[in-house]
Design a protein around this ligand. Structure first.
Ligand code: SAM
Length: 288
């Protein structure tokens, strides 16, 4: 975890700050932010603050400069191995609505004539999206996966019997998901949802996971989810889990992009603090 700020950079040029006055101003700002974080942590986040977590406060406009430096890391609620206290996170986001990316994908499936549809909800957490998929249409069955048994328990307890019979809960980590799917004869899916999930995959295993997602979706199937950007405050913890816009474009080059929103904003980290977010929200269709 980055407990200390990296060598400060000029906001405009990324050049190292050199004068004593620049360094003093920088240090004062860092101390003020640490103090703010400590006081913020003593309060539970308000409902409005939590809702703001996913809202758009700044989306890049065409032609707008993206020359923003990697922000100074502050108190992070990430562990050094890029995990969080997930039960605490589930408490904090309890009763939050489904992710916009998931809802957009579901809306796009409305015209699909198939009598049955299969979704895989990767790292489903306590299940806000799984419940939305099940509620969207009785044709949906969902395989909901997560490495957290606690998240899956919360999801199971939230399901009505109608939803439960269409849901398979699987305690498997993303890194093992391709092997698990092969062993369980899961060869194709209509929809793969991964809301705020893929950044938590060990980067060494990410290429295999992405290949599996691409292979498993049937032609015209959809992926929905988030990627964290390189200017996100958590980039210092595990840079390889963060993508530049160019890297994301390369990853999605063969897909039909239905929705791509790049958001940069100061906002809640959902667990009582604030952080600088840089997130790509994606809904993409596999080409026929
Ligand atoms: C930010 S939460 C997102 C949960 C849910 N998709 C949502 O949008 O609310 C990230 C989820 O990833 C899960 N997770 C973290 N690392 C994982 C891994 N390596 N494999 C599978 N799940 C993982 C956590 O347990 C947690 O439920």
């Amino acid at each position: 975890m980055c407990f200390y700020p990296p060598r400060p950079q000029s906001p405009l040029t990324n050049a190292s700050l050199s004068t004593d006055r620049e360094l003093a101003r920088y240090a004062a700002r860092f101390v003020r932010r640490r103090a703010f974080d400590a006081s913020a942590r003593s309060h539970l986040p308000s409902h409005d603050t939590l809702l703001a977590e996913d809202s758009v406060s700044h989306a890049h406009q065409p032609g707008e400069s993206t020359a923003r430096p990697v922000p100074v890391p502050r108190r992070s609620t990430l562990t050094p191995d890029y995990q969080r206290d997930w039960p605490e996170y589930f408490n904090a986001v309890k009763d939050q609505p489904p992710r916009d990316t998931c809802l957009r994908a579901l809306a796009a499936f409305k015209q699909d004539p198939r009598p049955q549809l299969l979704a895989i909800d990767i790292a489903c957490g306590e299940g806000r999206d799984t419940r939305a998929i099940l509620a969207a249409d009785p044709r949906w069955r969902v395989i909901s996966t997560d490495s957290s048994a606690d998240g899956l328990r919360r999801l199971r307890e939230s399901l009505t019997s109608d939803f439960a019979v269409r849901t398979q809960l699987t305690n498997v980590d993303m890194e093992s998901l391709p092997a698990w799917a092969t062993a369980n004869n899961i060869t194709t899916a209509d929809f793969i949802n991964a809301s705020f999930a893929l950044p938590f995959c060990n980067p060494t295993h990410f290429p295999a996971l992405w290949t599996w997602i691409t292979r498993t979706l049937r032609p015209q199937g959809r992926f929905a989810g988030q990627f964290f950007g390189d200017r996100d405050e958590w980039a210092c913890v595990r840079p390889k889990s963060h993508y530049t816009r160019a890297q994301l474009d390369t990853l999605l080059a063969d897909w039909h992009i239905e929705h791509l929103e790049e958001v940069e904003k100061e906002g809640s980290d959902a667990m009582g603090g604030t952080k600088w977010h840089h997130v790509f929200h994606v809904v993409a269709q596999k080409r026929a």
